[in-house]
Design a binder for this molecule. Sequence first.
Ligand code: ATP
Ligand code: MG
Length: 716
Amino acid sequence: MDVSDILSPLNSAQREAVAAESDNLLVLAGAGSGKTRVLVHRIAWLIRAQGLSPHAILAVTFTNKAAKEMRSRIEEMMNISTRGMWVGTFHGLAHRLLKAHWKEAGLPQNFQILDADDQLRLVKRVCRELDLDESRWPPKQAMWYINGQKDEGLRAAHIEVPHGDLYGQTMLRVYQAYETACNRAGLVDFAELLLRAHELWLKSPAVLAHYQGRFRQILVDEFQDTNTIQYAWLRVLAGKQIPVVAVGDDDQSIYGWRGAKIENIQRFADDFAGCQTVRLEQNYRSTQTILQAANGVIAHNFGRLGKELWSSGESGEPITLYAGFNEQDEARFIVEQAQAWIDDGNARSSVAVLYRSNAQSRVLEESLIRAGIPYRIHGGQRFYERMEIRNALAYLRLILNRGDDAAIERVINTPPRGIGSKTLETVREVARTREISLWQAIRFAISEKLLPARALGALEGFSVLIDEMDNGTDEMLLEELVEHVEHASGLIEFHKKEKGEKGQARVENLEELVSAARQFEPEGEELSPLQQFLDNAALDAGDAQADAHEDSIQLMTLHSAKGLEFPLVFLAGMEENLFPHRMSLEEPGRLEEERRLCYVGITRAMARLYITYAETRRIHGSESYNSPSRFIREIPAELLQEVRLNNTVAAPVSSLTQAQVPDTGLSLGQRVFHQIFGEGVVLNFEGRGNNARVEVHFDAEGSKWLVVQYANLQCL
Ligand code: ATP
Ligand code: MG
């Protein structure tokens, strides 16, 4: 592809941005105006027209998925490999830096990433050690406090608490103790990645100079959602020499609750010298109708930077508004409409159902299953978050680093080996008073005989197990190593013995981890394949589910829909208290953020948009009656077409497509009763007749796999 091919598929404002010669550039434009497209084409232009090496370019995206997409677009356009290019999220890039410069960053070489779950566990432990009452000082709140401070670039040592501020003092004590625990064990949480990467610039001018010499251009997508520490990191790196191109939309800032600062857009023009601003005003994504609806809603916010968006596209169909009788009826309507769209020859993946909170997905899922339509949830429980996988990864982490306290906490008694909470308390106490790791504390407790013989035996057993497990691992291929650890740790055997069908699923997941190791491609020789595999598992925000190949309808929260587009979009659950969310109603700032989220939602739609709500809704186990969302009223009425099927109730199950579970008398979508678990609905099955197993989602107990022969299910 030559230079003219890079510029020709762009409009003149986009071209100006792609080929701008100025030092710094801010592209400020509404949804669907081609901001992301500009970034990709600019990278191509820098390489082709300016002769920059792909390695001299740093591009920051908002999700790992977006980074992958950007790489593949570049590969497609330029026919070059993007391996080794610096394209990723702020967190991913910070991690890469810290791995390369661990010494300068004051970290052990084998430092481990602490994900949100492990972080909470560690904060809990710290709170316990400080003798804090959990009900008065919830660990989760302390975790938010710590992350909030780090997002602002503040270490415990920087914080001054006014006299008499008990809350501030307590949180600070937790922060201090947490910092110590992380440093001792070589653990780095997500906020810490960013903070350390920033401190690396300040502490180590040589490292900074190296990267300032290397990068010739920095590009940032979704700039409106950068937080203070990300902005500071960027600014120091850019210094006076590296031009920065930032693209963003103040109307799409939706992460204020996580510390993102919309003001960074305004600051950019002041902080980055000679900054030129380009505005893109033509929208290429949506019909006129959809665009006018989005403009109508966002116009209700104050203090906007003000952008106009127009489209030369057709006016398109009106927006359909549907008032469901209840949430079941709402889901039924969505599924019917989606099915009709698919029957017209459209791909399932062209359909997205968006909602405000995760809990809304269950009813939609059940309806889709009944109708036999494959679907996928973005950002649902991901493979690497499943309990058995996290346990296996913890054992693998111990192979690399016995000082990993979080890993020890996770598996010291999983599978159960007689190490009780008393023993563990003692070990923690030793670790705390002697300022050593849990692993060292175990060794110490054994050598000093600090515990009764049985407890010592159990601890000794654990310590020998880990050391023996590690034997000969240097010689193994990654997949052999994973398989070996899963067996030697006793995890496989443990789950095989587990009652019910859950154990089987867990064993299958552990087997899947071996396949993942087999498919994993390590990069470079600096870090062992195991280390890279573990980092990847911790970092991969994996934005989607593992079995993602089948053409399927997309379900996701509005937050995860950012940057994406779909021909057909449903905005479900448009009710006051749900969306805008109940928590946002009191604070004007939060309400405006909800409105931006609504703007993001509407602008995901290309051709068709449906807005639905339910007159009564059962959610979190209780019934509620909410009025339609205020955002619906903010859409100009002439754009809406209301479909209202008064007195309709959820269609009886039998009228929907049903898949039979062969030779059992059961079918998918059927409601059943179980002696112990109560009522539920059949979601899935395997096998037939006496060998058939079904997955039932019980109203009270969640999903379970059962063998039909023994489960004695009664059809309702
Ligand atoms: P968002 O704010 O939602 O992230 P965006 O500004 O990044 O949106 P893109 O995703 O880059 O917008 O572009 C939106 C759609 O418009 C894409 O399908 C893109 O390919 C298309 N598009 C952008 N510019 C042009 C153009 N000049 N000609 C044709 N199609 C275009
Ligand atoms: Mg974009």
